[in-house]
Design a protein around this ligand. Sequence first.
Ligand code: K1U
Ligand code: ZN
Length: 179
Amino acid sequence: MALLEIIEYPDKRLRLASKPVETIDARIRRLAADMAETMYAAPGIGLAAIQVGEPLRLIVCDVHAEGEDAKLLTVINPEIVATEGEVAMEEGCLSLPGIFEEVRRFAKVGVDYLDLDGERRHIDAEGLLAVCLQHEIDHLDGKVIFDRLSSLKRKLAVRRLERFKAEREAKEASAQKNA
Ligand code: K1U
Ligand code: ZN
């Protein structure tokens, strides 16, 4: 297994509409395993293939609570087929480091998808899993959480992201100089 590089905003690839997975073969299983390892290492609770530069409709997520066993969900070619209610939750994004914003989404979603054996599956999700699935499906459609904010909040969040990345670069440069 391997850790993959997570691409960050404003990388244009985050704006691509990802293509359906046509064949679930060894390459896809390897990619899914590498994505899971990358998500756990980040750490994060979800990851879409485009975040590691692969424009495919493939997602991993795991929203298990602290103290519980890991519960990895690999979702291929997801379709939201049912929605209910509304919820506002603070979300992070591994492609927008340092950004946490409240986003309004459906409270419950029903999602059809394929698993890694190519079997058709359905999941009815609520709470954090429902939010995480919607966040990841947004990535598959070329959307990030900035697109769900008002224009003012979006401007402020982009500025905060730029500041975060500049400070991170400065810290890295200083650490290299002192090494
Ligand atoms: O897709 C991504 O960018 C991953 C993102 C998913 C997500 C987070 C919050 C709400 C909806 C979707 C993350 O995992 S950000 C990191 C994060 O949430 C986290 C990190 C450490 C511990 C617990 C959560
Ligand atoms: Zn994200």
